[in-house]
Write a protein that binds this ligand. Structure first.
Ligand code: UDH
Ligand code: NGS
Length: 287
């Protein structure tokens, strides 16, 4: 009956807002990569409330942020397993309405981390009304769940203290690793550049974009913005980009025409696994 239906829809609406401080946070998390990462089946069983493309919503309260976690990716399956092992439980304790997107670059051409971020932004918004976007290297695992991945008032650099830099910020303007912006902030900056092929500089260019759009970056206290990095060798196809130093001197002009407003790629597949959405793309590597 109609009254039954409205009771049902009321049920959804009467969920109270989740508290500003989630009650089940642990603080420090013991992260290590000495063990063999669990099989996907095991992790799926361990995270029964994550479903339909790596999406979780707290069942008992209305999340304060709708968050897409965007991961640039190619051929790092071991890292992905560690990432999912640790990050799904952490993000659930943070009571976020979140989903994990793997943006997988097809082929063996030059890697383009920043363009994959733009693609993740666009593709995740086709699925859900996300409000903020965490741009997350797959080899970084958060070591303190008090570093909330909720929508930031200012663009936020999350990976301030990484073990490989002895938990010290390497330079004040660093904006790589893990960052978070709201939809409005990301649009204001015209997203990332699409033209950084190979390693380096695309994150510095993004720092410039944020600054030139009249915004400042923010960080959590260094005690909680801690990460462990999974060590690895440099991949073929991700060699340092020799043009990067010149390019980051020109952000003020290039950002107007290079970014979300010039993004082109070919979507090859989009698969919803239980613990993540896998978006495979042709990033149109220049000849
Ligand atoms: N990524 C991939 N596959 C690749 C390259 C990069 O998935 O082949 C993604 C991944 O999310 C990674 C991120 O892009 O975390 C950044 O790339 P990176 O990890 O290669 O960059 P980083 O600065 O390391 O962490 C550069 C090579 C360091 C070699 C040091 C040897 N000890
Ligand atoms: C800077 C790079 C950034 C990079 C940062 C940390 O020098 O892209 O080092 O790198 N900028 C340029 O090359 C212009 S790391 O040691 O983590 O590999 O993020």
């Amino acid at each position: 009956s109609t009254s039954k239906q409205s009771e049902e829809s009321n049920k959804v609406n009467i969920l109270p807002d989740c508290p500003e401080t989630p009650p089940d946070l642990q603080g420090p998390i013991d992260v290590s990569f000495g063990h063999v990462a669990p099989e996907m089946k095991k992790m799926e069983g361990d995270n029964p409330l994550v479903k339909d493309g790596g999406h979780y919503k707290p069942p008992y309260c209305k999340a304060l942020s709708k968050v897409a976690v965007i991961i640039p990716y190619r051929d790092r399956v071991e890292h992905l397993h560690y990432f999912l092992e640790y990050m799904h439980p952490t993000l659930q304790r943070q009571q976020l309405d979140y989903a994990i997107y793997i943006i997988n670059q097809a082929g063996t051409g030059k890697f383009n981390r920043a363009k994959l971020m733009n693609i993740g932004y666009v593709e995740s918004l086709k699925d859900y009304n996300f409000e903020c976007f965490v741009f997350h290297d797959v080899d970084l695992v958060l070591e303190n769940d008090k570093s909330l991945y909720s929508c930031p008032a200012k663009p936020r650099h999350l990976s301030a203290a990484v073990d490989k830099f002895n938990y010290v910020l390497p330079y004040g303007a660093i904006f790589g690793g893990v960052t978070e912006l709201t939809k409005e902030q990301f649009e204001k900056a015209n997203g990332y550049s699409n033209t950084f092929w190979g390693w380096g500089g695309e994150d510095d260019d993004m720092y410039n974009r944020v600054k030139f759009s009249g915004m400042e970056i923010s960080r959590y206290p260094i005690e909680i913005s801690r990460y462990k990095m999974i060590s690895h060798a440099r991949e073929k196809g991700n060699e340092p980009n020799p043009k990067r130093f010149d390019m980051i001197r020109q952000t003020a002009s290039t950002m107007k025409t290079d970014g979300l407003n010039s993004l082109s790629y070919k979507l090859l597949s989009k698969e919803k696994h239980q613990l993540y959405t896998n978006v495979t793309v042709d990033v149109l590597v220049p000849a």
